[in-house]
Design a protein around this ligand. Structure first.
Ligand code: PMP
Length: 323
């Protein structure tokens, strides 16, 4: 779907995937006005196809657009594009337990000009690809690296928006995590360098004393994850105490060592819920729990997966039947 100032959204069409011709002075190539979303279409046991909370992705796409001074794509147009592509690609949606069709909506400044101001022309595109299980051979706890130098987003920045620039800023830190033998980077807050923000592509949760679930608050520098919000709701309904409050890395370490912090997990659309089993930082490292996935983590994971796959009833109206 194209957008031009004064004309609005126009020219919605479906076409075979092909390169997008770009002028070298296309605004996005210079000023990074680009936003995206990520969601999955799941095959249900009866052969149907569902999306999980796509309205939340549509709303976040609007919020990201506003932060990057881009025109908001109406949520109906966003949802309609998902429906149309899923219908066309229905045969590509894996039927197995773990597979899904990954959907990537994105929008960028297509106007040809050099100059720092919001572009006047944009292109919204949706692509899709079948993906297999995130974990092959069972859920494995991951190792995380606490980035000592890099931050992902500062107050007033674009941390709460899903824009390509945020991920460009996180690549060096992610590479550093890999160099230190870890799977994922954990970012600390940009101001005090004390509090845990999130992982490179996931939000983080701490489980204390088997009964209290804590996640950092949405202060503007972390992405408001849809999985995060779903976990908060499900955990509260399961009778856990849920708290959105800051957790310092010093407390994370002290509480893990004392045993009060039983489990830590990360969550996001790609992996749903990933247990964190080991933490490494420049001055040392420590394990979480026994290095095995914790009970609360795995119960919440199962609940979410069963909901997404239509195995259990959906009292929240989160599961959106497409086919
Ligand atoms: N934080 C970041 C930086 C992410 O890229 C993602 C993945 N979109 C998340 C958190 C989790 O968000 P969601 O649950 O909406 O996938």
């Amino acid at each position: 779907i194209r957008y031009a100032e004064g004309k609005g959204w126009y020219d919605a069409r479906v076409e075979a995937r092909a390169p997008i011709p770009m002028d070298p002075a296309s605004a996005v190539l210079h000023y990074a006005q680009e936003i995206f979303e990520g969601l999955k279409a799941y095959r249900t046991a009866d052969g149907g196809v569902t999306l999980f909370r796509p309205e939340a992705n549509a709303d976040r796409f609007v919020a990201s657009a506003e932060r990057l001074a881009m025109p908001p794509l109406p949520p109906e147009a966003f949802l309609d594009s998902l429906h149309r592509l899923i219908e066309i690609d229905r045969e590509w949606i894996p039927t197995g337990e773990d597979g899904s069709l990954y959907l990537r909506p994105f929008m960028f400044a297509s106007e040809v000009f050099l100059g720092v101001r919001p572009a006047r022309e944009y292109l919204y595109v949706l692509i899709a690809a079948p993906v297999g299980a995130y974990f092959s051979g069972g859920v494995k706890p991951v190792k995380v690296w606490i980035s000592p130098d890099y931050t992902r987003a500062a107050p007033g920045g674009t941390g709460a928006a899903k824009c390509g620039g945020n991920y460009a800023a996180s690549l060096a830190a992610q590479a550093e995590a890999i160099e230190h033998g870890c799977d994922q980077v954990v970012f600390l807050d940009a101001v005090e360098r004390r509090f845990v923000d999130e992982l490179g592509g996931m939000n983080v949760f701490f489980v204390y004393d088997d009964s209290t679930l804590v996640t950092p608050p949405l202060t503007g520098s972390i992405l408001p994850g849809i999985t995060r919000e779903s976990v908060l709701t499900l955990a509260a309904e399961a009778g856990l105490t849920v708290q959105e409050r800051s957790v310092s890395f010093a407390d994370w370490q002290a509480d893990a060592v004392s045993g009060r912090l039983r489990e830590v997990f990360a969550c996001g659309t790609a992996a749903v819920i990933t247990p964190i089993g080991h933490v490494r930082f420049p001055d040392g490292e420590f394990p979480i729990g026994a290095g095995r996935p914790g009970r609360v983590t795995m119960e919440l994971r199962q609940q979410l997966v069963d909901l997404q796959r239509g195995v259990t009833a959906d009292p929240h109206g989160w599961v959106h039947r497409v086919l």
